[in-house]
Design a protein around this ligand. Structure first.
Ligand code: FBP
Length: 341
């Protein structure tokens, strides 16, 4: 029998975090615990999806993104909405699956937080048993409860108090940051607990991997075509060593691999998606907070993703994220091409 290496659960880790803030009310701790509970419920459903006809496939609905809603998308959205929305710590919840933000009943609590999430990222991969994930960002309410409005919801990433993702893959992992490093917890299905497995994750400064859907190459700008060509043949010199290519088509899975191994994920603008595909509030900003807390960087090609103030809940952005040296290089190349620096 293997001797357990470390038995710190995510709940006890979050409690330790709370002890660092003597004035803490416990709301934040409660909220992170609710998110980890929702993750456990969704993980169980994802893991047995292949066996449960009723949970596979599409609902027949199309969401605000114009995408076919998968049954597991809907299930995950309802689970998170329920788990996060019932104890009154959260006043507004935004979801990739819902056109409008949900203003929650805060009579039970303080309504101190705003949560925006992508309940099931990469959902087009569910039916083929490829890793999918959940991404979440937590902001603090800015105005009084009876004055809540867009200014509370539409905050930039640099106002995030915490961010994280759950990857439902060969194992289920919960990775988060609340400003004190990036930590990963692996689900032990035997005891149903997330146990600390990756403490203080730091991502390598230089990439070994580049992740992009090259099928869009014909509709990229010349500078983006050149950037990807240089990742393939070796930056600047063009005579190697190039990076290796990996693209799963699930942002959480591609981001997670690159975070641990060193890599850059690119979702550039295309002629038909000039603002990019990925959502700022429920995908790019939370992952940008994690990347930067792990020593990496995230850019929209012209500047830090964390500085972008959303115009609305579903604002989209081009995304270049991962190892700091390569993302900064991409940003420099694009800014030069656009006549910036
Ligand atoms: P959703 O599945 O949440 O809509 O996320 C978008 C996403 O699936 C990312 O996970 C992934 O990286 C990207 O889109 C894949 O896009 P494409 O199929 O255009 O390469």
């Amino acid at each position: 029998m293997t001797q357990p290496r470390n038995l710190q659960t995510i709940e006890s880790h979050i409690l330790d975090l709370q002890r660092m803030h003597p004035s803490a009310s416990g709301d934040f701790t409660g909220l992170l615990n609710d998110i980890s509970l929702a993750a456990k419920i969704v993980s169980q459903e994802v893991n047995k999806a292949g066996l449960a006809e009723e949970i596979l496939g599409a609902t027949g609905e199309v969401n605000v993104q114009g995408e076919a809603v998968q049954k597991l998308d809907e299930f995950a959205n309802n689970v998170f909405l329920h788990c996060i929305g019932t104890r009154g710590q959260v006043c507004i919840m935004g979801s990739e699956e819902l056109a409008d933000p949900v203003y929650l009943d805060t009579r039970e609590g303080t309504g101190r937080y705003i949560v925006v999430l992508d309940p099931l990222d990469g959902s087009s991969n569910i039916d083929v048993n490829v890793s999918v994930g959940t991404i979440f960002g937590i902001w603090r309410r800015q105005s009084s409860l009876d004055n809540l409005g867009d200014s509370d919801l539409l905050q930039a990433g640099n106002e995030l108090v915490a961010a994280g993702y759950i990857i439902y893959g060969s194992s289920t992992m919960f990775v988060y940051t609340a400003g004190h490093g990036v930590h990963g917890f692996t689900m032990d299905p035997g005891i149903g607990e997330f146990l600390l497995s990756h403490e203080n994750i730091q991502t390598p400064f230089r990439s070994r991997i580049y992740s992009v859907n090259e099928a869009y190459e014909p509709s990229w700008s010349d500078v983006v075509k050149d950037i990807v060509r240089q990742f393939k043949y070796g930056r600047d010199s063009g005579n190697g060593p190039g990076l290796t290519a990996r693209y799963i088509g699930s942002l959480v899975a591609d981001f997670h691999r690159n975070l641990l191994k060193g890599g850059i994920y690119l979702y550039p603008p295309t002629t038909d998606k000039p603002e990019g595909k990925l959502r700022l509030m429920c995908e790019a900003a939370p992952l940008a907070m994690i990347a930067e807390a792990a020593g990496g960087y995230a850019s929209d090609g012209t500047g830090p993703v964390l500085d972008i103030k959303p115009g609305h809940l579903h604002t989209r952005v081009p995304l270049y994220i991962g190892s700091r040296d390569d993302v900064l290089w991409v940003e420099k190349k694009i800014s030069e091409a656009e006549g910036g620096i």
